[in-house]
Design a protein around this ligand. Sequence first.
Ligand code: GTP
Ligand code: MG
Length: 175
Amino acid sequence: TLRLSQTLPVSTAKVGKTSLIMTLVSEEFPDEVPLRAEEITIPADVTPERVPTHIVDYSGNHFFPFSLFSPLQANVICIVYSVNNKKSIDKLRKFYPVGYVLGYRVPLILVGNKSDLVEHSSMETILPIMNQYSEIETCVECSAKNLKNISELFYYAQKAVLHPTGPLYCPEEKE
Ligand code: GTP
Ligand code: MG
């Protein structure tokens, strides 16, 4: 299960979570999207790692439930920001260390969407944040609009679950 979430808590940042999911599914950028995409399961045979992948959209309009980070709810969480939106990047910095819930690690992937709108990469800004949180497996810049790095993003998400680089169980972190 994969969850696309907004950079922390609430407020609608319109970073493109729903567009990313719909673009993956239809292979074209939708002009209009609902607030939340329907939950979908991508069958194993069309995913790069050959595992069925259940994708849950998360709307920024909802209160940010802590249970979102439960491994029972998601095996990996993609935190989406918008590369042209400094506010959404600033939110990453205040990121609550959520990587361990009940002792289990939930890998996170930072997704910088709307790369079509900027010339410069946000990586320089993002790297210090990545280094701060070991639960962040990787980051990727993409564009739902240009269909850039969309399948890569979902591949990284699958990979983070199937071949994690960090420990999946960390009893010391339980306290
Ligand atoms: P909430 O659910 O309201 O939090 O928003 P969201 O994160 O689901 O964003 P949504 O997919 O609704 O997209 C918000 C706006 O950004 C829409 O107008 C999209 O068309 C636009 N958008 C999404 N992805 C891209 C992209 O890659 N490039 C550009 N230029 N616009 C995009
Ligand atoms: Mg949405």
